[in-house]
Ligand binder design. Structure first.
Ligand code: GUN
Length: 291
């Protein structure tokens, strides 16, 4: 069996078109969504991501506000900037690119963002709201994975899902979103025993461990849906956390790297910015952009 290869690039392009239309409708009502992106330091990968986020924000018709701080900036300077953005009515979403320099306290910085503007969904209040089934801002990468899975499988209720990785950015919120859709969820990590056996029982495998080709083909149940969140730079170029060549012979559907989950992340950031703008203006949540 050869798996269907999930075209995240095309799905994300479609999503951006939808967001563009919804943004235009909002602008016609006199509301222009605005996203502020803050980058501290010169990490090359972060610079690439941030530029891409800013470009796509503008292409969607939203306002993009770029802020750059030096790697040596004191934390107080970043907190003062966040406070200014919290109070700026033109700014509906605030994204502080991670990782931050070592002298900064990541949790303190994230929790300084007004939860309503926290388009990353990393603020402790949004984490709690997601976990308790309340209206939350939801992390972009897991939201993108959920959209792909729902598009592929429809109702996720009763499906067994294994999420490999327990990060705050992907693994934990991914598990919460799947649980919210009534999947039976296992969170696996570096200390998990019998991971291959666990995976073999799963209808859905989400790999977010950051280890190239970690998930082997024979870990996959025939016909399962495999979502690969990994972006690993190797001598062979960009590879995911799943051995794609082997897994795609067994899975029912699989996301490639690149061109799978990656493009969904920024599209979902734009979706969340639109959601935050709607909520700030007392409008209903935009259609199809929230979990
Ligand atoms: N660094 C890597 N992924 C992310 C993300 O989703 N959001 C932010 N703010 N930083 C990141």
């Amino acid at each position: 069996m050869t798996a269907k290869v999930i075209d995240g690039k095309a799905f994300a392009a479609g999503l951006r078109e939808q967001i563009k239309l919804q943004t235009a409708a909002m602008i016609a009502q006199g509301i222009t969504p605005g996203l502020a992106v803050v980058l501290v330091g010169e990490d090359p990968a972060s610079q690439v991501y941030v530029r891409s986020k800013e470009k796509q924000t503008r292409e969607t018709g939203m306002n993009s506000f770029a802020h750059r701080l030096s790697a040596e900036a004191p934390q107080a300077e970043l907190l003062a900037l966040i406070e200014q953005l919290n109070n700026d009515p033109a700014v509906n979403g605030i994204l502080v690119q991670l990782p931050l320099p070592a002298h900064m306290d990541e949790a303190a910085v994230i929790n300084a963002i007004r939860p309503e503007k926290d388009v990353d969904g990393f603020h402790i209040l949004n984490v709690g709201r997601l976990a308790t089934g309340q209206k939350a801002m939801v992390p972009c990468t897991p939201l993108g994975c959920l959209m792909l899975l729902r598009d592929l499988l429809g109702d996720l209720s009763g499906k067994s899902a294994v999420v490999i990785g327990r990060s705050n950015i992907v693994g934990k919120p991914m598990a919460q979103l799947l649980l919210r859709d009534s999947a039976t969820v296992t969170i696996a990590h570096s200390r998990t025993r019998n991971l291959p056996e666990l995976c073999r029982q799963a209808d859905i495998v989400v790999a977010a461990v950051g280890r190239p080709n970690f998930v082997q083909g024979d870990w996959i149940k025939p016909g399962a849906a495999v979502v690969d969140v990994g972006i690993n730079r190797t001598d062979d170029g960009l590879v995911g956390d799943v051995d794609f060549a082997a897994a795609s012979q067994i899975a029912g559907a699989i996301t490639p790297v690149p061109g799978g989950v990656g493009p969904m992340t920024i599209a979902c950031l734009l979706a969340s910015t639109l959601t935050a703008t709607a909520r700030a203006n007392g409008l209903p949540d935009p259609e199809g952009l929230t979990p």
